[in-house]
Design a protein around this ligand. Structure first.
Ligand SMILES: Nc1nc2c(c(=O)[nH]1)N[C@H]1C(S)=C(S)[C@@H](COP(=O)(O)O)O[C@H]1N2
Ligand SMILES: [Mo]
Length: 533
């Protein structure tokens, strides 16, 4: 071993007066405050600007970061999120994002007390990432970076306050970076309070006020044949899903962090690509067209066997087919690339939009204008196709093209091009592991769907007993799910397994072949175990 001559003499530790200084955690806290100031100020300026009509919603950094993250998310992570968090995946994303930003901020502060310039560089990198997230959103402009610039400027002022010696002193020896305790608490407290107030205010600025007002004033057009659910359509089974899903309970799946709040007065959509007459349609153009009203059951391809990513609504809209006929679809097109107002894409098979099914540009859902989460002002609804290849919400354009030329968000992630919904059935009641006495009547009930064909029969099997036919609710239409029920006299004792299968109107029996949702939808029989005692 040699003596290490390169070791510098140890610096005398800065004199510390425990009464007068803060301990080691001050630096991460200061870093956190700097970052919170940056975000809160940017959010507030953006919100005020969006409200005043100066900026696009993309100017808001958190939303833009989240939407960017969603678009870049690999399929396995997205699927994991939907399966693990269900329709709470957005909340999970928000929590995860705040946690990541928070940790980055603490690290920045930790570094700043020692290597101020490196920390400053990290702040700049963070700002650039947010800037890219903002500017790459569809319809964002360079002006949408203004709130971020203001937020960063403020954050740098705060940074300089907390870490002065380390980055203003050019060449001068670094002073001990530990601030006076009382002073630190005062400035940190004031700045943090200011940032929290700004962040809170940014949440209450009514950025979507004009759009919300317009939506509330809409008088929906009347369908040639208004649809009314016939009285007595539903089965009376406690614990079974309602035949028509109330809007507030309707599942929501989309790659949009927050639903875009669109003003119908400024909205329009384009029909372009392989068409003889490209068209631009405004909200009034759509509303003035012939209207159809029909119950159609929507299903998400991510729905697992027995899952709840399925809902039934009475939709009001104009047939897509006649719009495309007017546009004059050219020879060779087989795919419609649909884009929403955020630039998100979805590809639909052309034939499903042109055949005799009721594919709609929908404006109404269960008697009211579409809710913002469900695609206001106009969305597509195509009976018989999973949502990811058809049900474009917040639609902005349709391009007639070919599958050989384009791929869309989900199809790039390994999901199939053509997404016919698989014949499915589900048990809603009784609850798993419910227990029944021998001889007791067990009311088994649930839902079955075979959109664009219709459900003809549902059967229930207990263990290895023969399949028994269930009673069906009166089908509302071939595109609408049905309720089914079967009453079983409990016998035997111990665990008993119930399973269900449906047969569609074309005579096809639901397969027991298990398949995961990816790439073209789950299959297999839903089963449930109860106990007979
Ligand atoms: N613009 C847009 N439309 C979209 C999606 C989306 O991510 N963005 N998701 C689709 C998927 S996967 C489904 S299952 C349905 C869900 O519609 P809902 O949220 O109204 O139930 O919308 C479809 N339309
Ligand atoms: Mo979906």
């Amino acid at each position: 071993m040699t003596t290490d001559l390169a070791t510098p003499p140890t610096q005398p530790a800065p004199a510390r007066n425990p009464e007068n200084t803060v301990s080691r955690w001050w630096a991460p806290v200061a870093g956190l405050i700097v970052v919170v100031v940056a975000f809160a100020a940017t959010e507030l300026v953006a919100a005020l600007g969006v409200w005043a009509g100066l900026f696009n919603p993309a100017a808001a950094p958190i939303t833009s970061l989240a939407n960017t993250f969603i678009v870049l998310t690999p399929e396995w992570l997205k699927h994991f999120a939907i399966v693990t968090f269900g329709t709470n995946d957005k909340v999970a994303l928000e929590v995860g994002m705040y946690a990541t930003i928070g940790i980055a901020a603490l690290v920045i502060g930790f570094i700043a007390a020692r290597w101020t310039k490196i920390a400053l560089a990290a702040v700049v990198v963070l700002a650039v990432i947010v800037g890219i997230a903002v500017i790459t959103r569809a319809n964002a402009t360079i002006f949408d970076l203004l709130p971020l610039a203001i937020g960063i400027a403020l954050a740098l002022i705060v940074f300089n306050k907390f870490f002065p010696a380390r980055w203003t002193a050019t060449g001068a020896p670094a002073k001990p970076g530990v601030p006076d305790r009382r002073q630190f608490f005062r400035s940190a407290g004031l700045t943090a309070a200011g940032a929290v107030v700004a962040g809170g205010l940014s949440k209450v600025v009514p950025t979507g006020a004009a759009a919300i007002q317009s939506r509330s004033e809409i008088v929906l057009p009347k369908a040639a044949k208004p649809y009314v659910v016939p009285a007595g359509s539903s089965l009376d089974v406690p614990g079974i899903t309602a035949l028509v899903t109330p809007n507030k309970d309707f599942y929501r799946i989309d790659a949009s962090f927050q639903p875009p709040i669109i003003n119908p007065g400024t909205w329009s959509m384009q029909i372009k690509g392989l068409v003889d007459n490209p068209m631009t349609l405004t909200y009034s153009d759509i509303s003035a067209r012939p209207m159809v009203e029909a119950p159609i059951t929507l299903t998400c391809v991510s729905n697992e066997v027995g899952g709840t990513l399925v809902g039934n609504a009475v939709w009001l809209g104009t047939p897509i087919r006649t719009v495309l006929q007017e546009a004059g679809v050219q020879q060779g097109a087989d795919c419609v690339l649909c884009t929403d107002v955020n630039g998100f894409t979805l590809s639909a098979p052309l034939e499903a939009l042109m055949d005799d099914r009721e594919a709609l540009f929908a404006v109404g859902m269960n008697g009211e204008p579409l809710p913002f989460e469900h695609g206001f002002p106009v969305r597509m609804v195509v009976p018989g196709l999973y949502g990811f290849v058809s049900a474009t919400k917040w639609i902005a354009s349709m391009e007639l093209t070919t599958f050989s030329k384009v791929s869309a968000y989900w199809t790039q992630r390994g999901w199939s091009d053509h997404g016919p919904i698989k014949l499915s059935s589900r048990i809603d009641t009784p609850a798993g592991f419910a227990s029944f006495a021998v001889g007791e009547s067990v009311v088994i009930g649930g839902m079955a769907w075979a959109q664009n064909t219709g459900v003809a029969k549902v059967e229930v099997q207990v263990d290895d007993d023969p399949w028994a036919e269930a009673t069906l609710s009166k089908p509302l239409s071939k595109d609408s799910w049905v309720q089914w029920k079967y009453t079983w006299k409990a016998k035997g004792s111990g665990p008993r397994t119930l399973r269900v299968r449906a047969t569609d109107a074309a005579g096809k029996v639901q397969t027991d072949q298990r398949a995961e949702p990816i790439p073209d939808g789950s299959s297999g029989w839903n089963s449930r175990t109860i106990t007979v005692t």
